[in-house]
Design a protein around this ligand. Structure first.
Ligand code: ADP
Ligand code: MG
Length: 240
């Protein structure tokens, strides 16, 4: 088991955002999280690499207690995260964006980091963009760089928070393709997404969240054809 979340509760002040969340992800599995806006999906994802603290429950990553670990940075290095908003450094070239973290956090040698970066850029189809600045790239290209940059750290888990939501429709496919390749290569992935076709195709399991609870969990063929809760049915009727 790579990720084990048990009875997690999280609130901001009086607002309860995660009410009693338990889930697990095993190695090589792709878990997609779907659900209406405000249901707690991003918060849950952020808890998984301790960008947010939880009030109760436990989160265990590779057998290590995330909440009480002494070395959260070391644990975090195993977890790559990709956001809706790319978060590339605008004053650095694509290549410089890619090698910054491995040089500083992993003390990787520069030539090694560059070689790996070029390999990854090749994988996402952007090797020829290594020396340009992010603002010259399209949204889809930026997101592919952001994914490659996360992979440069050799993560064992990748978390995606609506990675295609900020993209023009014609660019969604190229990013989903990169994610699909990654899944096929065996990466363990947790993906918050509104791309139901991606979820159907790529997810091993789907979780439907609503108002801080997990209301449904199961393989895509089950969730999409026979959801048991009315809330999930309503949601799927709207988005499909
Ligand atoms: P989702 O990603 O499913 O849209 P979020 O996890 O972003 O949901 O948000 C869940 C709830 O928590 C929402 O009501 C949101 O307004 C609230 N929330 C999120 N982040 C914060 C924060 N930093 N402070 C206070 N409330 C927050
Ligand atoms: Mg969100």
């Amino acid at each position: 088991m790579v990720i084990e979340v048990s009875n997690v509760k999280k609130h901001y002040g009086r607002l309860e955002v995660l009410k009693d969340i338990s889930l697990h992800v095993s190695e090589g599995e792709v878990l997609c999280i779907i659900g209406p806006s405000g249901s707690g999906k991003s918060t849950l994802l952020r808890c998984l690499n301790r960008l947010e603290e939880i009030q109760s429950g436990s989160i265990v990553i590779f057998g290590e207690d995330l909440v009480h670990t002494k070395d959260v940075n070391k644990l975090r290095q195993n977890i790559g995260m990709v956001f809706q908003s790319f978060n590339l450094f605008p004053h650095l070239t694509v290549l410089e964006n890619m090698i910054l973290a491995p040089l500083e956090l992993k003390k990787m040698k520069k030539n090694e980091a560059v070689e790996k970066a070029l390999d990854l850029l090749d994988k996402v189809g952007l090797k020829d963009k290594k020396n340009v600045y992010p603002d010259t790239l399209s949204g889809g290209q930026k997101q592919r760089v952001a994914i490659a940059r996360a992979l440069e750290m050799n993560p064992k888990i990748m978390l995606f928070d609506e990675p295609t939501s900020a993209l023009d429709p014609e660019m969604v496919g190229e990013v989903l393709k990169v994610m699909k390749d990654l899944a096929q290569d065996g990466m363990t992935m947790v993906v918050v997404t509104h791309e139901m076709n991606f979820a159907k195709d790529v997810a091993d399991r789907i979780i439907f969240m609503d108002q801080g609870y997990i209301l449904e969990e199961g393989p895509p063929e089950e969730i999409f054809t026979a959801p048991t809760s009315d809330r999930c049915k309503e949601f799927l009727d709207k988005v499909i």
